[in-house]
Design a protein around this ligand. Structure first.
Ligand code: BTN
Length: 228
């Protein structure tokens, strides 16, 4: 699947680089991004030291909902091989020691999707208002960004094949056991916000909340711990 790699010194966003090149079927990586972005139009802090990559998925994606979760799980597995303890903040963030270490962004275009991943590897500081951490900040060690990339691509490759063959049920338990805020009361930041206890992840990758009105399946949105 990943047979070609483009490694850039600097780019606006690896997502845009791929969006503008419809025929490029490569993993695109950059040392830094000047306009890195996250979900909901947020910006993604992209200083040197992090890993910023995107890749296209050409095949018809039945797994729009579950793909970010499976990619986040791949990041967890890679980080766990390095000795980190990880959690998945539904639907597409990876946390270590209560702080965000990775974000996943899946953008759907006409006939393909572009998967973007940002991992904080060697950064030593972040803007004060960002609850972010890096592999360096957690362990005190520096890592080869290229090795992190290759280990990650290995995990993603295996997991995407499995997703295709067996569907999301092959991952559900592995994701559930890493779910941040499991059995805790969370706020889903929708209009109006919803409060509930995070109980499970459904077969379709939805979040199952136990609210005062009963069980509720949530398709998308941001959650935070109630009272935090
Ligand atoms: C999020 O947390 O909302 C998702 C962040 C995704 C960031 C990555 S970095 C590589 C790729 N290029 C971008 O501009 N964004 C994604």
């Amino acid at each position: 699947r990943f047979s070609c790699l483009v490694w850039l010194e600097e780019v606006s966003s690896t997502q845009d680089f791929l969006k503008e090149r419809e025929d490029l079927n490569c993993v695109v990586c950059a040392k830094r991004q000047t306009l890195g972005r996250g979900r909901y139009g947020r910006s993604w802090h992209s200083d040197e030291g992090g890993l910023y990559l995107s890749f296209p998925l050409q095949e018809e994606l039945k797994d729009e909902q579950t793909l970010p979760l499976v990619v986040a799980l791949s990041v967890c597995q890679m980080l766990e091989d390095y000795g980190f303890l990880t959690s998945i903040k539904w639907v597409n963030d990876v946390y270590v020691m209560g702080k965000k270490i990775c974000g996943v962004l899946v953008e759907k275009l006409k006939n393909r999707s572009i998967v973007g991943i940002g991992i904080n590897v060697n950064q030593r500081n972040f803007p004060q208002d960002l609850p972010a951490t890096s592999m360096f900040l957690v362990s005190g060690k520096e890592y080869s960004v290229a090795c992190v990339l290759f280990f990650l691509l290995d995990k993603i490759e295996v997991n995407l094949d499995l997703l295709k063959e067996e569907g999301f049920r092959a991952f559900r338990e592995d994701i559930k056991k890493r779910l941040l805020f499991l059995d805790q009361e969370v706020i889903l930041h929708t209009e109006p916000p919803v409060v509930g206890i995070l109980k499970d992840i459904s077969e379709e990758g939805y979040l199952m909340l136990l609210t005062a009105q009963g069980e509720k399946k949530v398709v998308s949105g941001d959650i935070t711990l109630r009272g935090s």
